[in-house]
Ligand binder design. Structure first.
Ligand code: HEC
Length: 273
């Protein structure tokens, strides 16, 4: 395990080296450059620091009840983390709800540890100034599904319903520009400025790659970003109000996107531009 400084130095090196390469050969695209960073730091992803932070939080007694999350049931039984993310969202009997990872973590942190929902939702995403506990926890759990095939079942009618709602949200046009997710993400080969836009509804491979590589360490931001952050940032791009953290709407959208990724090996936490 390298130190944080070494990672930063490596990243800077990777950046300057690839920019030099780009100057020499103009045909190199943005995607090629991202691929170059990936190769250059392939022996380690700075997201590992967030995974480690999350693992510590998972195992640490915390909250008013001073207990760890080791008895949290993520769908495969109390305390089972391995492979849990690859099967989420799922219907949970105790809450009678379809829950994705974040909303389930929220349940465990409130019921087991005694935190209030507001305390957790106050800091759902990491920023330059401060890490986010729930986001780090998610990075840890997600990392424990690396290499496992996505297998989200829609057998339960509530999950099927959530999938259908998610699909409708994906295609729902509104806001000042009359945009939907599908405005930017339902055609193959389109891009905004330098960024290729994945076709999330009609291209299985795009949908699989997009879902299985989040959370991700974003080189441009120097932070590990959660999948929930990605969704919120796209709501912002769409000029929609950002949804409430772990709301039914974000769970539905996540169900739609997770089911679309079924069959692909989970590869996160990833590394992104
Ligand atoms: C105005 C265009 C626009 C709209 C509308 C939009 N997005 Fe995005 N989306 C983007 C851009 C730009 C990126 C970043 C691509 C990159 O960085 O390579 C992105 C990235 C993503 C990614 C990650 C893809 C990956 O491979 O890492 C997901 C998932 C996603 N969007 C989902 C959504 C959802 C769900 C909605 C609707 C709530 C939505 N987007 C609405 C432009 C949009």
């Amino acid at each position: 395990m390298r130190t944080k400084q070494t990672y930063k130095a490596l990243l800077l090196l990777a950046l300057s080296a690839s920019f030099a390469a780009v100057a020499a050969e103009t045909a190199v695209t943005d995607s090629d450059r991202i691929e170059q960073y990936r190769e250059m730091i392939s022996d380690g992803n700075p997201a590992e620091f967030d995974e480690m932070r999350g693992e510590e939080l998972w195992k640490k007694a915390a909250g008013p009840n001073k207990v760890s999350l080791e008895q949290c049931d993520l769908g495969k039984g109390a305390g089972v983390v391995k492979g849990a993310y690859a099967e989420l969202p799922k219907f949970f009997k105790d809450t009678q709800q379809v829950q994705d990872l974040e909303s389930r973590l929220l349940t465990c942190m409130t019921t087991l540890q005694g935190f209030t929902e507001d305390e957790i939702a106050a800091k759902p995403f990491a920023s330059e100034k401060k890490a986010s506990d729930i986001s780090s926890l998610a990075t840890y759990v997600v990392g424990q599904s690396k290499g496992i095939k996505m297998a989200v079942s829609t057998k339960h009618p509530k999950v099927k319903e959530s999938y259908e709602i998610g699909k409708r949200i994906f295609n729902y046009r509104a806001g000042p520009y009359d945009f939907a997710c599908s405005t930017c993400h339902a055609t193959t080969g389109v891009r905004i400025r330098m960024q290729d836009l994945p076709n999330l509804s009609h291209n299985k491979k795009d949908a699989q790659t997009a879902y299985t590589t989040w959370p991700a360490y974003r080189v441009s931001q120097g932070l590990t970003r959660s999948f929930q952050w990605r969704l919120n940032d796209c709501f912002r791009q769409q000029r929609f109000p950002e949804p409430k953290f772990a709301s039914e709407a974000t769970v539905a959208l996540t169900t739609f996107l997770a089911v679309s990724a079924n069959g692909a090996e989970f590869a996160g936490p990833g590394l992104k531009r």
